[in-house]
Design a binder for this molecule. Structure first.
Ligand code: HSE
Length: 440
């Protein structure tokens, strides 16, 4: 049987998962591909740690360039992470006409255009199923299964760490810091975990998804992102009293001449499909104009699910190599990409309902001052909760608004934050209804 050689750069969690699958399912994969897949070289700076895999020492190297320069290696798998060295290796491999598989969402979100272009110019294929949603085959679904559709809406829980943290805060009233510690200990978090909790990781993944859905790379910095790090268990309890769960959502919509793309904590009705995605699970809700709504749900991180996605790309590329086909599906699944980058609508144009938690001094007239400023900016209040007395401390005043323009909200909060009746910055959560709910 013909052999297809793979070189892996990065022998950490995902690298070990990938090698484990290729070894454990060797025969099954060979039957599915029609060729044997051989792990010819693995590069990592740490050659000492025992990964518990039957790999000969001669396969290991500290020098990734040995893989790039090896003429017998057909597929280079980049699993080292980071955006500098990883980019250098991927571009060098593509330049030599090698096919590349990567799980590197940060690299694709921030430098995707250069990498996609290089793959096309060099007639090489690029697989990046593992960059979003761990074991969920979301990239392949967008590129192939839904290729007959215009994607109208995408709503994702794309970061397992923050979903785990919010779930622990919701179900067990765990303080934020304790829940973060747990998520790190369980191995879900990025290094550093800031990227998970500040929305960056989810925004990287959203950038990858919208590039495929809409056929052009997105400029990462134009995607609005806000994290979960200012939320408290109280916010989650208040949201529950209003009938909502709090989730870190990645949201994209086709607006015709531009695209809406944003990542932030959002309140979703308790009976909304996303409200019931808990723990480290990821979910992606998609609407295609012909296929209608779809939901993908599964483990978004970890050695085995992410390894599964990497190996699915290796299998796909190995099948192409066997048939002598190159770049069967272009990186963004559009033979003619839309010129330039996607136009992302500025977030201040967003129309949404809002949750505000004001930290206010407890004295007569405070509520009317706050509502006066909101009214001046055309923000109408739907419901208010104020509990407890705060003789010597601030009390939370919590509000849910009718739909308001983000620009007005920014101006109103700026004005309110300057008043001496508020003792801390206001916490804001946007409401994502899925359907219209409030009376107007
Ligand atoms: N840190 C990521 C998450 C996993 O928590 O979802 C890898 O993408």
């Amino acid at each position: 049987m013909e052999k297809i050689n793979v070189g892996i750069i990065g022998f950490g969690t995902v690298g070990s998962g990938t090698v484990q699958i290729l070894l454990e399912h060797k025969e099954m994969i060979a039957n599915r591909v029609g060729s044997e897949i051989v792990v010819k070289r693995i590069a990592d700076l740490d050659l000492e740690t025992d990964r518990g895999l039957p790999i000969s020492k001669t396969v290991l190297t500290k020098d990734a360039m040995e893989i790039i320069h090896d003429p017998e290696i057909h597929i280079v798998v980049e699993l080292m992470g980071g955006t500098v060295k990883a980019k250098e290796y991927i571009l060098a491999a593509l330049k030599r006409g090698k096919h590349v598989v990567t799980a590197n969402k940060a690299l694709l979100a921030e430098h995707g255009q250069e990498i996609y272009q290089s793959a096309e110019e060099n007639g090489a294929s690029l697989g990046f199923e593992a960059s979003v949603g761990g074991g969920i085959p979301i990239i392949r679904s967008l590129k192939e299964g839904l290729s007959a559709n215009r994607i109208k809406t995408m709503i994702g829980i794309l970061n397992g760490t923050s979903n785990y943290i919010l779930t622990r805060m919701t179900q067990d009233s765990l303080p934020y810091e304790k829940a973060v510690e747990e998520a790190i200990a369980l191995g879900y978090a990025e290094d550093p975990p800031t990227l998970d909790v500040d929305g960056t990781d989810a925004a990287h993944k959203l950038a990858v998804l919208i590039s495929i859905a809409f056929g052009a790379p997105a400029s990462f910095n134009t995607i609005f992102r806000e994290g979960i790090d200012r939320l408290t268990p109280d916010d989650i309890v208040f949201a529950g009293e209003f009938g909502y769960a709090v989730k870190l959502l990645a949201i994209a919509r086709d607006l015709g001449d531009m695209v809406e793309a944003r990542v932030h904590p959002a309140m979703v009705p308790l009976d909304h499909i996303m409200a019931n995605v808990n723990g480290a699970y990821n979910a992606i809700y998609l609407e295609g104009d012909f296929a209608g709504p779809h939901l993908y749900y599964g483990l978004g991180a970890g050695k085995r699910p992410t390894g599964s996605a990497v190996v699915s790309d290796i299998i796909c590329l190995a099948r192409q190599i066997r048939l002598g086909v190159k770049n069967l599906i272009p990186p963004l699944a559009h033979a003619r990409s839309t010129a330039g980058t996607l136009r992302i609508r500025p977030v201040d144009e967003l129309l949404s309902s809002y949750y505000f938690r004001f930290s206010a001094v407890d004295r007569p007239g405070v509520l009317s001052k706050v509502s006066g400023v909101l009214g001046k900016h055309d923000i109408s209040i739907y419901s208010v909760i104020q509990k407890g007395r705060g003789k010597d401390r601030a009390v939370p005043i919590v509000m849910l608004t009718h739909e308001a323009r983000e620009r007005s909200v920014i101006q109103a909060l700026r004005e309110l934050d300057q008043l001496d009746i508020l003792t801390d910055r206001t916490v804001t959560i946007r409401v994502e209804e899925g359907k219209e709910r409030h009376d107007s």
